[in-house]
Design a protein around this ligand. Structure first.
Ligand SMILES: Nc1ncnc2c1ncn2[C@@H]1O[C@H](COP(=O)(O)OP(=O)(O)OP(=O)(O)O)[C@@H](O)[C@H]1O
Ligand SMILES: [Mg+2]
Length: 273
């Protein structure tokens, strides 16, 4: 059992960064410029520059090894860039913050594999994720407030998990687990959600249900979605959403899905002929 809830027994510098204090006065929630990451001389990110608007849902596509996951590692503080600028809003330099502080500032991350508490019910998982005092293991015994109950119920509805609320998370389908994990992240009221291949390994129906869920979150947080499933990307990007293509550690192309799909370099390096 593991959980990436942004819950930390020691919040590190987290207390310095109050939630909801991200300065988006210039319209951007995330700003990367000329980011470099090397692993033993291999350049996983080479001059990556990327700007995400506040409340934008941005899809990122690109071949295996392009550096998509590494980019998320940099944003969440898991990997320190060798060089470059990474800012959350106007004022938070993410290269100077640790993982706990970045999570505390409102950045939530979903890894490919669902990380839920298998032996706990759906309700308990959401309740645990909500826990604001760091002694989260005690919160199962504490009675949640009416406000907390309301937040859990709203999340259940949003993630279409109301019918399975009393089931242990271990009994859920892969798609339901993915939605539960997103629900757990939502309990933390993130400002920016990073999702790494959330549709991998789930059925077509559940993929579309997941797209519906993410689309319903528009306006409540910004999202960065890495995905290979082009039907899923199309459902998220629509006709006008921006799609970024990463290749060999930097941005190869950016535009609407139709624009990047007809870009010769993108066809060459990723989509194939
Ligand atoms: N910790 C590490 N040590 C050494 N090399 C690494 C490490 N993490 C990533 N790499 C390398 O950096 C490159 C980029 O990897 P990354 O996982 O970011 O790609 P990706 O775009 O997420 O690919 P995929 O679509 O397969 O998930 C790859 O060549 C990978 O082998
Ligand atoms: Mg990856």
């Amino acid at each position: 059992m593991s959980a990436n809830l942004g819950i930390h027994s020691d919040a590190g510098l987290g207390h310095l960064y109050e939630r909801g204090k991200i300065d988006v006065s210039h319209g951007q929630i995330l700003y990367l410029e000329d980011v470099q990451v090397s692993f033993d001389g291999f350049k996983a990110l080479r001059g990556l520059s990327l700007t995400i608007e506040d409340n934008e849902l941005r899809c990122i596509i690109g071949p295996n090894g392009a550096g998509k996951t590494t980019m998320m590692d940099v944003v969440t503080g898991k990997t320190r860039p060798d060089a470059g600028t990474v800012f959350l809003g106007q004022t938070m330099d993410l290269t100077r913050m640790d993982e706990a502080a970045i999570a505390q500032a409102g950045v939530g991350r979903k890894f490919q594999k669902p990380t839920v508490f298998e032996n706990h019910t759906v309700w308990q998982n959401l309740d645990l994720a909500r826990a604001t005092d760091k002694r989260w293991f005690k919160s199962l015994r504490a009675r949640p407030s009416a406000q907390a109950i309301g937040a859990i119920e709203a999340t259940l509805e949003r993630t279409a998990l109301t019918d399975v609320v009393q089931r242990p998370a271990g009994e859920l389908s892969h798609g339901q687990k993915q939605r539960l994990e997103i629900g757990m992240l939502l309990m933390q009221e993130p400002r920016l959600l990073l999702l790494d291949e959330p549709a991998a390994g789930i059925s077509d129906d559940e993929t579309m249900q997941l797209a519906e869920l993410l689309n319903s979150l528009r306006g409540s947080c910004s999202m960065l979605v890495v995905e290979h499933d082009m039907a899923f990307v199309a459902a998220l990007a629509g006709e006008s959403g921006r799609v970024t293509v990463l290749a060999e550690g930097s941005v190869l192309a950016e535009g609407t899905l139709a624009q990047v799909q007809s870009d010769e370099r993108v066809i060459e390096s990723y989509l194939g002929r």
